[in-house]
Ligand binder design. Structure first.
Ligand code: ADP
Ligand code: MG
Length: 484
């Protein structure tokens, strides 16, 4: 069902387009050799170029260019063999150059597409308008001194990819799905770590509202939102605000706003500047960027398997549902873990153990799958014990819990705790007979047609056997005794 906001004057459709800034994974900055790692001491990673000393010249980092091309290929986008760097001029204390080197008219990557999956199982194609390379600015620190502001230039000159979407998104859910999918693609590619808390990925969220069938109305841009959840909340809050403005007879004015997560609302930051305010012009220090078509093809050939392809393969080769496959490919580490568990196993069962039992443990302990207390090998061994009848499905849960707690291998736990499944029919028959003779009234009920009683007998027998009875043999024995 399409998302809309019910106002006093009827339903409003929400229109969203994202500009995502993604920090390029590279040892050095876009135009200098200074390091670009997160968390260094302030101003420890600043070259003369980054500090804009007079006479310094930018030198383009080829790895950043390769990363932008890989990303463009991963977004199914047009790679422009000729692109250009422009100066985007503005004054800010943390921008010593007085301009940012960016790409304006001729970006390195053109139109592309990202497929998103929604909770109801449907998919949508979201258009990517462009991807361009640009420098990040430094950072002003206003909370270090009572009367002074400090400047940290570590980020100054770090390579960013700005990835602009078409205004194709129509709900908070779609916006969240797009951002998560984009992040997954970047992480698979190894071109951005997607770490929103550390600021290596941030989104400017453009929002407008309209009545069905109308042309787009004026949008506002909510700047620098730094988590998927906040982006979704910002869409909701900003769309609701605009509906209220229109319905009370006002007009939405194009402006830049900030999202306040504590209050769940957006507030104005500044009036929106237009491109001409920045006096863009080609950077005279840099030649046009000309790529070799063969080099682009080499990068294409070396791309890893991406989430969409992996999902399709998991559905095809493992017979998984679209939903299970999506959950498993969302993170590359999860997909790798699953594949290691599933090798030679019932894939559906392996998928269940990973997405249900293991995820529950990881969530509870706040761990990522890389730090899983149970290795893929150990989980695979546990599935082996189930497949060869050493333990039953009920006991497997206990074994798994013990694996999580002790870190021991499943076979060791089974022996230590004596959890082997009982398949000895003599022992099973005896346990069944004991349960039936202890419950003559229930046996009479069963015989008079109350079939439901059967489950009760199975439960009692399993309890008497400490959960270790082979369920198929228990069923068989009970049936035989009850029909005698
Ligand atoms: P700018 O660079 O000035 O921010 P762009 O034309 O590059 O402007 O668009 C920025 C973003 O705004 C894009 O992601 C685009 O999809 C989105 N956008 C454009 N028009 C609308 C609209 N009417 N409603 C919502 N988003 C919009
Ligand atoms: Mg913008």
């Amino acid at each position: 069902m399409a998302y809309s906001i019910e106002g006093r004057t009827g339903a409003w459709e929400v229109v969203i387009g994202l500009e995502v800034h993604a920090q390029v994974i590279s040892k050095a900055k876009l135009f200098s050799g200074a390091a670009a790692t997160f968390g260094a001491e302030a101003n420890a990673q600043v070259s003369f170029v980054d500090a804009a000393f007079p006479g310094m010249l930018p030198v383009l980092n080829e790895e950043c260019v390769a990363q932008a091309v890989r990303t463009g290929l991963g977004l199914n986008a047009q790679i422009n063999l000729v692109s250009r760097f422009d100066r985007k001029n503005y004054f800010y204390a943390d921008l010593p150059q007085g301009y940012q080197i960016s790409q304006y008219e001729h970006p390195i990557v053109g139109k592309g597409v990202v497929e998103i999956e929604l909770a109801d199982g449907s998919t949508r194609q979201i258009g990517v308008t462009r991807l361009h390379l640009e420098q990040d600015a430094g950072k002003s620190l206003h909370d270090q001194h009572p009367t002074k502001s400090f400047i940290d230039l570590n980020r100054s000159g770090v390579g960013l990819m700005e990835i602009v979407s078409e205004p194709d998104l129509r709900s908070p859910e779609e916006t969240g799905a797009y951002l998560r999918k984009l992040r997954a693609i970047l992480r698979y590619l190894g071109t951005c770590d997607g770490n929103m808390e550390e600021g290596s990925m941030r989104a400017d969220v453009n929002v407008s509202v309209r009545k069905a069938g109308e042309a787009y109305r004026t949008r506002c841009e909510v700047k620098n939102v730094n988590s998927v959840r906040f982006v979704m909340q910002a869409v909701e809050a900003e769309a609701a605000r605009q509906v209220e403005v229109w319905e009370s007879g006002g007009e939405v004015v194009q402006e830049t706003r900030l999202f306040d997560p504590a209050r769940g609302e957006t507030r104005p930051m500044r009036s929106k500047e237009d491109a001409h305010d920045y006096r863009y012009f080609p950077d005279p220090d840099l030649l046009p960027l000309v790529l070799d078509a063969d080099w682009v093809e080499q990068l294409r050939a070396a791309l890893p398997e991406l989430p969409d392809e992996k999902r399709a393969r998991f559905m095809r080769d493992f017979g998984l549902s679209g939903y299970d496959a999506s959950v498993l490919v969302a993170e590359r580490a999860t997909a790798d873990f699953f594949e290691a568990v599933a090798a030679g196993q019932d894939a559906k069962l392996a998928a269940n153990w990973v997405t249900v039992e293991l995820f529950a443990v990881l969530n509870k302990r706040g761990l990522s799958i890389e730090n899983s207390p149970v290795s893929a090998v150990a989980l695979g061994q546990m599935l082996d014990l189930m497949a060869n009848g050493t333990i039953n499905g009920r006991i497997a849960k206990d074994v798994f819990e013990a694996m999580v707690d002790s870190g021991d291998l499943p076979a060791v736990i089974v022996e230590r705790k004596g959890l082997r499944q009982v398949t000895d029919t003599g022992a099973i028959d005896a346990a069944c007979a004991a349960v039936l003779s202890a419950n003559p009234d229930k046996v009479a009920e069963y015989r008079s047609g109350k079939d439901k009683m059967f489950g009760f007998f199975v439960g009692q027998v399993m309890k008497a056997m400490a959960g270790k009875g082979n369920p198929a043999l228990v069923n068989e024995a009970l049936k035989k005794l009850l029909s005698a």
